[in-house]
Design a protein around this ligand. Structure first.
Ligand code: SAM
Length: 244
């Protein structure tokens, strides 16, 4: 696992240290083991986990280059939230790659967070806080509302819904990154009203192919321009039932 991960991270120009690779290996073993007890992921074959979960999660480095910025005193990305982290994607791979950034991983399913808690302990990951709850509720909680420099989310909802779940966590001038693939174009077309109501705009689409595969992925990077009106996010369930 370690060799295959190192090799493919190198292919995209990301250098993983031996210490990081060991943490990934512990995460991988726990993922496979725990997945036998309850559903964490449909992807279990080693090469696929490495490519579709680990490498995909850390491809954000190719856009933000946080590893260079982290050494600067004025790094503007200090707090990151992963909304709907599930079994820890992209949050756990990112927290391993960026040990100096503070991460909040949130999900509405406690069982999945219990799994991540075990990973944090066994892999000695100390820069992650787990929060159980729905994004609609936590986005109204002043402890989390507009407190993050960067929000990331993968495979949680279609873009118009996802924007209402995620933008409330982002501070003014902070960024939201949605991990998407072929559907992005169509979803962007459905998100014009949501973008305007939530005071944000698409800054860039960062396209990539996962190494050792033909898999197309794209990061949609949004920038938040103004504070949100108090009524967003609406109450739990509403964003999905009745997207902006
Ligand atoms: N992000 C992970 C990944 O890419 O593998 C997990 C994706 S899984 C398909 C979606 C996750 O989002 C689930 O764990 C679910 O509990 C969580 N989720 C969905 N809606 C949510 C909400 N409104 N608030 C918090 N978590 C939510």
């Amino acid at each position: 696992m370690k060799n295959y991960l190192k090799e493919n991270a190198n292919k995209v120009g990301i250098n993983l240290t031996e210490k990081m690779l060991t943490k990934f290996e512990i995460f991988y073993n726990l993922l496979i083991e725990t997945n036998k007890l309850f559903n964490l992921t449909a992807i279990t074959e080693m090469h696929e986990v490495v490519l579709k979960h680990f490498i995909d999660s850390i491809m954000i480095e190719k856009y933000f280059k946080l590893n260079d910025k982290m050494d600067e005193d004025n790094c503007i990305y200090k707090r990151v939230i992963d909304v709907g982290t599930g079994a820890g994607f992209p949050g756990i791979p990112m927290s391993i790659l960026y040990p100096n950034i503070e991460f909040v991983l949130m999900d509405s399913l406690k069982k999945r967070l219990n799994f991540i808690e075990n990973v944090l302990e066994k892999a000695d990951i100390n820069n992650v806080l787990l929060v159980h709850g729905r994004a609609e509720d936590l986005g109204q909680n002043l402890q989390y509302r507009e407190k993050f420099d960067l929000c990331v989310s993968r495979a949680v909802a279609s873009l118009p819904v996802l924007l209402e779940l995620c933008i409330p966590f982002v501070r003014v001038n902070g960024k939201f990154v949605s991990y998407k693939s072929e559907l992005l174009k169509e979803e962007l077309g459905q998100s014009k009203k949501a973008l305007s109501i939530l005071h944000c705009s698409l800054e860039e689409q960062f396209e990539y192919t996962i190494p050792d595969s033909e898999l197309y992925r794209v990061l949609a990077i949004f920038s938040k321009e103004k504070k949100l009106e108090k009524k967003y996010p609406r109450q739990a369930g509403k964003p999905k039932r009745n997207p902006l």
